[in-house]
Design a protein around this ligand. Structure first.
Ligand code: AMP
Ligand code: FE
Ligand code: FE
Ligand code: ZN
Length: 282
């Protein structure tokens, strides 16, 4: 029995369509799963149909890229039932911003000597939320690179030669939006935030004051000591300590559904803790 509160489907940059994702979760013994595609809820409906059929509990979610005073981070939002107007409207604007940015990135990639087009990128994307991973996929399909990781390392990483910034919500906007629809905002994979050690305490405390509901402690990129440290920090601040695999499908990142790189164990209590955050907000 396992739970996994961070996964991606083909509605954003995952490989598996939402129904297949749920089938794979069931097969892996995952009893509760959150679908957290980037900037879209498009996969939720199909995932929830499959989840009902297979007896898996689905928590609808989304992953947002936000800015907090110049610091970039990802925010997971849980309990985003489709049809929740303000969030969906904002997501549509974010996807438009992505579309403009993708064109600009492809232009840079072309200037760097690679002959891919926006049509190639579109062919790689199965759903409405298109981004850098699909540009990477187009470059791989063209034979220029071997993996998404290689493309990110050489071209697409933040500040890289083909990098272009995009519209972002502020963390505070994202948290307010989430709370306004009774959803719970959680800082994703803090390990990827570039801050020094002292900066993290300040960031967590600051965001906790402004509506944060949790911290993703269990993530494949977190070493065991960091996971337990983040659980302690979350609980000390009265926040949920959550976790998930960040599964994107076979061959995209080395993270398996439910288990990450093998040692991921997300405690079942994480779900109760997120639910308590919803109640606390009422
Ligand atoms: P975007 O949302 O278009 O800015 O692209 C960011 C997404 O690219 C992240 O959320 C990851 O899913 C993916 N990504 C970031 N770094 C890497 C990497 N080194 N290898 C593969 N995928 C990555
Ligand atoms: Fe992703
Ligand atoms: Fe992320
Ligand atoms: Zn993710």
């Amino acid at each position: 029995m396992a739970i996994d509160l961070h996964t991606h489907s083909s509605a954003s940059d995952g490989v598996d369509d939402p129904a297949l994702l749920i089938a794979r979760a069931a097969e892996a013994g995952v009893t509760t799963i959150a679908l957290t595609d980037h900037d879209t809820l498009a996969g939720i409906e199909a995932a929830s149909v499959a989840a009902r059929r297979l007896g898996v509990r689905l928590i609808p979610g989304v992953e947002l890229s936000v800015d907090h005073g110049g610091v970039k981070l990802h925010m997971l939002v849980y309990f985003t039932d489709p049809g929740t107007g303000p969030l969906e409207d904002r997501l549509a604007l974010l996807r438009e911003g992505r579309a403009r940015r993708n064109v600009a990135i492809v232009e840079r990639v072309q200037e760097l000597g690679y002959s891919i087009t926006m049509a190639d990128v579109q062919r790689q994307a199965g759903g409405p939320s298109v981004g850098r991973p699909h540009i990477a996929d187009a470059l791989i399909a063209a034979g220029a690179f071997a993996s998404r990781d290689d493309v990110f390392e050489q071209l697409l990483h933040d500040g890289g030669p083909a990098y272009v910034e995009r519209d972002r919500l502020t963390a505070v906007e994202a948290m307010e939006l989430a709370r306004s629809i009774d959803a719970v905002p959680v800082i994703a994979h803090p390990k990827t935030i570039s801050l020094d050690a002292g900066g993290f305490d300040e960031l967590f405390e600051d965001l906790a004051d402004k509506g944060l509901g949790g911290i993703e402690a269990h993530h494949p990129m977190h070493e065991p000591a960091l996971r337990s440290h983040l659980v302690d920090v979350a609980h000390r601040l009265g926040l949920a300590a959550t976790g998930g695999s960040d599964y994107h499908g076979a061959g995209k990142r080395p993270f398996s559904i439910g288990t990450g790189t093998g040692d991921l164990r997300v405690p079942i209590e994480a779900v109760d803790e997120i639910e308590q955050q919803r109640v606390k907000n009422r």
